[in-house]
Design a protein around this ligand. Sequence first.
Ligand SMILES: [Fe+2]
Length: 145
Amino acid sequence: MSISEKVHWDNRYKLGISNIDTQHKKLFELVNRLFVLEDSANVKEALREILYEFSDYMKTNFSDEEEYMSLIDFPELQEHKKLHQEIVDTIAQIISTPTKLNIIKSKMKVVAKRALIDHIMNEDTKIKIFLLEKEMENVFDISDI
Ligand SMILES: [Fe+2]
């Protein structure tokens, strides 16, 4: 897989929740380390390290997101949690099935697209929309005038 096939962070992925945005950016960096790995004598060890780091960091990100959603009373928290669990399970399955570097890379390419780009754009963005709607409600709340 060539370097040009790395995933790229885009400002459209920003939620405006600074620690979550920082974590998302870092996840892009971590997964890209895997895409530039080349076959070598110690590639297995390097691959294992990257996969575990990515998986651990993703779990941290998911649990921070879930904590945040619960804090703001996000109505779709349970559904969102299930999506997180599906991603965690997929990565765990990839890690526990040792195979060739190129196969791992193509599997992780799918994970990066689904778990990072699609998940952020289609699911995490709902948190941002919910926050904006809440703000709007407060702006137009005239009940205490
Ligand atoms: Fe999420």
